[in-house]
Design a binder for this molecule. Structure first.
Ligand code: FRU
Length: 444
């Protein structure tokens, strides 16, 4: 069936056929990024959960492989994470290939956490201990799912972060292990906001890899920033929002990145897309991969997200304007129709500035210090008199990155396939600082 249907995303991951939800087991090993995903192999709606599997060398061009983990013993396979067993703590390494371990939720009441492993670079997986529990049910049903595991170097231990409790306050349990088989609870973290698919990562502050804090976020991408010593996560209780849009859910980040970056992908959950109406062979898509960093701002430490630079390899043609007025910028933009777009604009602004950006019939409005799109308000106060926006447009999505990624908003969108028009307007004479538009090639 291929990947060229009129509403099939061209630089975002979709399964070849049928339903997907959460990204699972995101990990880098030996030149390859692995993206596993909650997948219904039989239907375009949720059900029969398995781990689908795709690999890529650049997080853009994906090749879907056979399913990695299939239901067994009457239970389906829910979300989880993968990691490279660098020091062979499990003791099953074959030759020079590091073992890939995948921790997942065995979804049959009462749920428990189990593990699979691969000694052939993810080409085939075996259930550990016949798929029996590595962490047995903790008595919190119907929660207890989506284990995040990673190697914590300073304490030389594996860590598992497990969401267990739905009633408020929700609860996250932290476990330690030395061998991936025996896990011991080491702390609890109780908060109202926590719900499903926890991820915990260490991120640099202001680009300094020696100055770091930890980010803990849940499926809705609420987050707290704190310290983590391998056992306990401590914070000042301030909760933030990592995405303003309606379609970013259950994100996780790649384990074992080769270059110090932290890159996350979310499931674009929702039904405000054209896939079913237009009878696409698949349903749901992943977000574009974004790096995550902390920056010091006037409001304190904040999470910044930004599309991975690998996107540049898809640039086909570029329109680039320096300082200009709005009329001139708008006229130039109209001569540059595009379907797949990576657009960046920087303009002089104060609290009264208003501006409208038109993208293939969709309208993004800047007013009162925020971008407004499809009912969502994305805050973007002028910084030293300047506001910036970067927008990625694919066949079924719009992703907004305001003020260098300080505020991000992820959306499905339905375009007229043949509408390629771009434009700008304002009642005011807004000074454009820069405007850069890249037309993208398909990654398929
Ligand atoms: C989040 C989620 C997870 C669960 C999975 C099942 O979207 O509900 O908590 O593991 O989906 O598909």
């Amino acid at each position: 069936i291929g990947y060229d249907q009129p509403f099939r995303p061209q630089f975002h991951f979709t399964s070849l056929r049928n339903w997907l939800n959460d990204p699972n087991g995101m990990v880098y090993l030996d030149g390859e990024y692995h993206l596993f995903f909650q997948h219904n192999p039989l239907d375009k709606v949720w059900g029969n959960m398995t781990w689908g599997h795709a690999v890529s060398k650049d997080m853009l061009h994906w090749k879907q492989l056979p399913h990695a983990i299939l239901p067994y013993a009457g239970g389906t396979i829910f979300s989880g994470t993968a990691a490279v067993d660098v020091d062979n703590t499990l003791g099953v390494q074959q030759g020079g290939n590091k073992t890939l371990v995948a921790a997942f939720t065995f979804a049959k009441q009462p749920f428990y956490q189990a593990m699979a492993y691969s000694t052939d670079r993810g080409r085939s997986f075996s259930l550990w201990n016949e798929g029996q529990a590595i962490v047995p049910n903790q008595g919190y049903d119907p929660g207890e799912r989506d284990p995040k595991i990673f190697w914590h170097k300073p304490s030389q231990k594996w860590v598992m972060v497990l969401w267990v409790k739905q009633a408020k306050p929700g609860r996250v349990l932290f476990f330690n292990s030395e061998d991936l088989q025996n896990w011991k609870e080491v702390s609890q973290f109780d908060r109202d906001w926590v719900f499903e698919c926890m991820d915990l990562v260490q991120l640099p502050i202001d680009g300094d890899p020696k100055n770091t804090k930890w980010l803990l976020y849940d499926a809705s991408f609420e987050y707290e920033i704190g310290e983590f010593d391998g056992k306990t996560f401590t914070t000042d209780h301030k909760v933030y929002r990592g995405d303003y849009g309606p379609n970013y859910y259950a994100a996780q980040s790649f384990n074992n990145m080769p270059d110090g970056r932290c890159v996350s992908i979310g499931w674009m959950r929702g039904d405000n897309h054209p896939f079913l109406k237009e009878d696409m062979p698949f349903n749901q898509q992943m977000s574009f991969p974004t790096t995550m960093d902390f920056r010091t701002t006037e409001e304190g430490l904040k999470l910044y997200r930004w599309p991975v630079q690998e996107i540049e390899s898809l640039y086909e043609e570029t329109l680039s304007l320096g300082k200009t007025d709005l009329a001139a910028a708008s006229a130039k933009l109209q001569t540059f129709p595009a379907e797949l777009v990576d657009l960046s604009i920087e303009f002089a602004a104060d609290n009264t500035t208003e501006l409208v950006l038109y993208l293939r019939g969709e309208k993004i409005e800047y007013r009162e210090g925020a971008f407004n799109y499809a009912g969502t308000t994305v805050p973007a106060k002028p910084i030293d008199g300047v506001v910036s926006l970067r927008v990625l447009v694919d066949r079924a999505s719009v992703e907004l990155f305001a003020n260098e990624g300080a505020a991000v908003s992820t959306h499905y969108a339905t375009f007229e396939p043949l509408n390629r028009s771009l434009g700008l307007s304002s009642k005011q004479d807004v000074r454009i600082r820069t405007l850069t538009v890249h037309r993208l090639m398909s990654a398929w």
